[in-house]
Ligand binder design. Sequence first.
Ligand code: PMP
Length: 439
Amino acid sequence: MSHVFPRHTKSNLPTIASGQGCYLIDSTGKQYFDGSGGAAVSCLGHGDKVVTEAIKSQLDKVAYAHTSFFTSEPAEQLADFLIDHAPGDLDRVYFVSGGSEAVEASLKLARQYFLEIGQASRHRVIARRQSYHGNTLGALAAGGNLWRREPFSPLMIETSHISPCYEYRGRTEGESATDYGLRVANELEAEILRLGPESVMAFVAEPVVGATLGAVPPVEGYFKRIRKICDQYGILLILDEVMCGMGRTGTLYACEQDGIAPDIMTIAKGLGAGYQPIGAMLCTSGIYDAIENGSGFFQHGHTYIGHPTACAAGLAVATSIVDRDLLSAVNSMGEKLKAELNRQFGQHPHISDIRGRGLFLGLEIVEDRGSKKPFSPDRQINKKLKKATFDAGLICYPMGGTIDGQNGDHILLAPPFIISDSQIDEVVGKLNNAIKDVL
Ligand code: PMP
């Protein structure tokens, strides 16, 4: 009997033995294509020598040093790198160990910022329905994923939720994409006015929605309007790039493609690329200075923040993405994967939308293409797809069915940036075999 406490207590999981390139191999020797990089984590694949050597040589230097007493070379270098490549005025980096911690830190920073500048009434958060920002209590409070939130209500942070920018389901007939984007963005203004602007501290959103909707990008103009509304009412814009950041969408950060920059940004998954647990929160100098000129002390912290080994891994990953020109690979391979998906599934009666940016692609699964009617959750399509793709030797990220009963199922693909032409054919072939069995 295993004494590991698994997520699904009744599961009987195979044991992972090794990974190489885009493949995972279990203890029986079965090989799987890592088609979602875990959950958009493994951007460099497995066994990347640049990263493993950077970790080993840093590990030989020091095990641990508390960040109240020391900074470290890898932390300083990684922070410099991230700031040099960051959108807008982001100027400071706070390291954490993962995505939820990054979101948690951003919410606390936003709150403390308003306390330091004498606007204590600003405590409310606005986010979007069907969003996921992490599983710790603050991040869970921000998220709009009802089935995750409800068991833990009441949550500590007061959050209200507006519509996501989800063109496939939200845009009405005859409405242009631009008008749709403005309409959903304007829900933010209406919500701020309903709550009272002086009570709202932040709007939180994922530029390209990953896990909950399946790689849904915003329509053009949506985030420009959001940025304007936040500025107009003095509200901080927190962009959660935990999943879509670090090159996944073809630019280092997804928001670059929307022509805006946040006040606070969270990153994680692809930063450690699976080699080390690391995340980060980036903020503007304006926010940092308010703390520095105020109490001088960010009321937050975890034992493992800025761990030198994790930062060494992050530095090797981030520099590899840029120096090896992997963003070009993400763009060209992403285009090819999308084209192949369209060729294979473009006319499929149950696959009605193939979308995404770069190597962050989603397929919407429906019962009926014409009406866009989702399968009923009792059909457990996502569970069946998860099993069928796994049996076919493809790890991907089928989700849905239970997401607030509002949308159906989807498959998220987020393969490593090193995927080759022939491996794209392999992914689409395996996906096709699995889909044939289920749909
Ligand atoms: N934000 C987003 C957008 C995510 O996709 C996730 C993880 N799926 C998180 C936050 C939480 O990250 P972690 O699981 O590393 O805590």
